[in-house]
Design a protein around this ligand. Structure first.
Ligand SMILES: *[C@@H]1O[C@H](CO)[C@@H](O)[C@H](O)[C@H]1NC(C)=O
Ligand SMILES: *[C@@H]1O[C@H](CO)[C@@H](O)[C@H](O)[C@H]1NC(C)=O
Length: 188
């Protein structure tokens, strides 16, 4: 009984405990934010292979004598306009907290570098566990309720973008769970 209580407490604690964010080194290596690039879209291709969620951070390592990082609005991203950044960094070792969901846009602040491909946009998802912790059977649109008394499934304000795959961190998290449970069961 005591064991069970402890188990439950651990379970609840782990459910509640905030998952801390991960740091992503932009481009995967230290010299990625520099010209020449391996290809015009290499940074965005790197970004598209990652899965960013709120609380993660982007890290840039670059030569601050020749480069900088500007966070810009979408319209200035498209046109490589460096004149009015949202935030500008030039310390050579930049960390940006992805503290909201949605797109972020970054370009080089050096004249002409953005045009040569030194730019990157990332999309941040709202949750890591893609869809929520409790509802595994996502309420599919009920096919045909024949005189059912479904208490009108309260649609919980769907975060756009949070519906991503369950394979990322979530899959690993679940594996850890199972292992933890087995371990604790052994102890009992
Ligand atoms: C760049 O952006 C600024 C401010 O948003 C704007 O005033 C300017 O006209 C833009 N320049 C170009 C070349 O689009
Ligand atoms: C995210 O962080 C930036 C920079 O620290 C800050 O200006 C902005 O208000 C934050 N946004 C949210 C939604 O917390």
């Amino acid at each position: 009984m005591v064991c069970l209580t402890i188990l439950t407490l651990i379970f609840v604690f782990l459910l509640i405990s905030p998952s801390h964010g991960r740091d992503f080194l932009v481009g995967g290596t230290h010299n990625s934010w520099a010209l020449p690039l391996p290809s015009q879209d290499s940074l965005n291709r790197w970004a598209q292979n990652q899965r960013f969620t709120i609380g993660d951070s982007l890290l840039w390592k670059y030569d601050k004598k020749s480069e900088s990082v500007l966070e810009v609005k979408e319209e200035n991203y498209g046109s490589c306009n460096i004149s009015d950044p949202v935030v500008s960094y030039n310390d050579g070792d930049t960390k940006v907290d992805l503290n909201r969901s949605g797109p972020f846009y970054f370009i080089s602040g050096s004249e002409g570098h953005c045009q040569k491909g030194l730019k990157m946009s990332v999309v941040v998802l709202s949750t890591r566990h893609g869809g929520g912790r409790i509802s595994s059977p996502a309420p599919a649109p009920a096919p045909s309720p024949p005189d059912s008394q479904d208490e009108a499934a309260p649609a919980p304000a769907p975060h756009s973008g949070g519906v991503g795959g369950r394979l990322g961190g979530g899959g690993v998290g679940e594996l850890v769970w199972v292992l933890l449970w087995i371990a604790v069961a052994f102890v009992m």
